[in-house]
Design a binder for this molecule. Structure first.
Ligand code: URA
Ligand code: SF4
Length: 215
């Protein structure tokens, strides 16, 4: 089984330390064709973590998550929902760009469960250090990464859920820490929707539920 586990420093005391180790990851084959690893970024004291799928073409070139069109849309939705922009951290379920070459173009390819599983230790490392109150899962890949492969975003989006025991190891959160998870659609799905406005409003409505959960 492919896994990042031996590349994630267990003694890291900051996100900066985790990030510094990520370029050395060989936990699955995705590192090789990609330009670079794209680690999470944001406030080290974030109350809310957003989890996406994987970096896209632009993110792969710049080494930063959610800086392309999906990122712009997400920031607008976060703003419209009244979430505290200063207290956010944003990352991906899989930290290398998976793509297929077609001529000069690189076409996004959805990561497989094996990539989600392989990369999971990085996500858990981020959760363990950040100890967020709320984790917003953007789309099916992120929801599967945290809530398990059988989770269906379409059925359960916009619902606040207790942090699942299956995604929790003793070192992730202290026993008195309560985190909540919520899944919603991915901003890229809004960009692809036939009725963009309705899809956008749906995303904002879900994020309002998340904002209301923050005390
Ligand atoms: N989509 C994602 O899921 N993550 C990014 O970083 C960019 C686009
Ligand atoms: Fe490591 Fe994740 Fe990159 Fe695979 S995708 S090489 S597990 S960082």
């Amino acid at each position: 089984m492919q896994t990042a586990v031996q590349f994630v420093p267990t003694d890291a005391t900051s996100i900066a330390e985790l990030r510094a180790a990520a370029p050395g990851c060989r936990g699955c084959e995705l590192w090789e064709p990609a330009t670079q690893v794209v680690f999470g970024r944001g406030d080290e004291h974030a109350r809310v973590i957003f989890v996406g799928e994987q970096p896209g073409d632009v993110e792969d070139q710049h080494g930063l998550p959610f800086i392309g069109p999906a990122g712009h849309l997400l920031r607008r939705a976060v703003d419209d929902a009244g979430l505290p922009v200063a207290n956010l951290y944003i990352t991906n379920s899989v930290k290398h760009f998976r793509f297929e070459r077609r001529g000069a173009r690189r076409i996004h390819k959805t990561p497989e469960q094996e990539h989600i599983t392989a990369c999971h230790p990085w996500l858990m490392g981020e959760f363990a250090l950040l100890r967020p109150e709320l984790v917003v899962l953007l789309g099916a890949t992120a929801a599967k990464a945290v809530l398990g492969p059988s989770f269906r975003v379409t059925r359960s989006r916009g619902q606040l859920m207790p942090w699942p025991a299956s995604a929790q190891r003793p070192q992730d959160f202290p026993s008195d820490h309560e985190a909540t998870a919520m899944a919603t659609i991915h901003p890229s799905a809004v960009l692809r929707a036939d009725d963009r406005e309705a899809a956008y409003n749906g995303l904002v409505a879900d994020l309002r539920v998340a904002a209301a959960a923050l005390t």
